[in-house]
Design a protein around this ligand. Structure first.
Ligand SMILES: Cc1cc2nc3c(=O)[nH]c(=O)nc-3n(C[C@H](O)[C@H](O)[C@H](O)COP(=O)(O)O)c2cc1C
Length: 205
């Protein structure tokens, strides 16, 4: 089973470290046969939220937002790579993700959290978990926390310890189970009612 996966990453700092973890998990998704796209805020420089994607008439969204929507709308699931800023989610990550809502409904998500210290960003992950549930894409039970992110991966995402590949396989196998189950359920619902995935999502809330 091959899934369309969006990997969200939300730091725009010039000295950012979490991008290494985001590159790592994107590559692991690809290694497992998925179509994975890394969404880096430097490649998708959105302003602080004005209008959400759904508030634009079809074809009227700004170019950057439309490019992002072209990934977010058809995705089967989302992996959210979150640092911990003051025990919560980095604002650039929340801003990026807040541009969408209905597009996430009835899909699954998974949290990879990280920090410079030993706790791996798990405090931010708890806030993020509540946020993702509210956004209609409840996260899978397991987290993938990365302590000392600055030394866990090379710049291109190569792990400095192969144990990360084993951990990623376990985490992604769980994500795939939920993403595939929800994908099948969405397809069955569409067959029953003749609507497309977006209609199902919009009608569900
Ligand atoms: C604004 C800010 C707040 C931070 N707050 C925390 C924190 O609450 N807990 C923690 O473990 N690390 C904290 N850190 C350190 C980060 O874990 C570390 O800088 C990490 O590399 C940030 O992710 P990034 O490099 O992808 O931006 C903070 C860093 C910044 C810039």
């Amino acid at each position: 089973m091959s899934l369309k996966i969006v990997v969200f990453y939300g730091s725009a700092r010039s000295a950012r470290q979490g991008i290494k973890a985001a590159r790592f998990i994107t590559r692991q998704c690809e290694r497992r046969g998925h179509d994975a796209a890394l969404v880096d805020p430097l490649d998708y420089p959105l302003p602080l939220l004005d209008k959400m994607y759904k508030e634009y008439a079809r074809g009227e969204a700004p170019e950057t937002l439309q490019r992002l929507a072209d990934l977010v709308v058809p995705a089967d699931g989302y992996i959210v790579v979150s640092g911990e800023y003051n025990h919560t989610v980095p604002p650039a990550l929340a801003n990026l993700m807040d541009h969408f809502l209905d597009e996430y409904f009835f899909k699954c998500s998974a949290i990879m959290c990280y920090s410079a210290g030993s706790f791996g960003g798990v405090r931010a992950a708890m806030t993020l978990r509540a946020m993702l549930a509210e956004m209609g894409m409840s996260s899978i039970p397991s987290l993938m926390p990365v302590p000392k992110v600055q030394s866990a991966f090379e710049d291109d995402g190569t792990p400095t310890d192969d144990a990360w590949i084993k951990r990623a396989d376990k985490f992604l196998a769980e994500f795939e189970w939920y993403a595939d189950a929800l994908k099948n359920a969405r397809e069955r619902a569409c067959e029953r009612s003749g609507c497309d995935g977006r209609d199902i999502a919009a009608g569900g809330r």
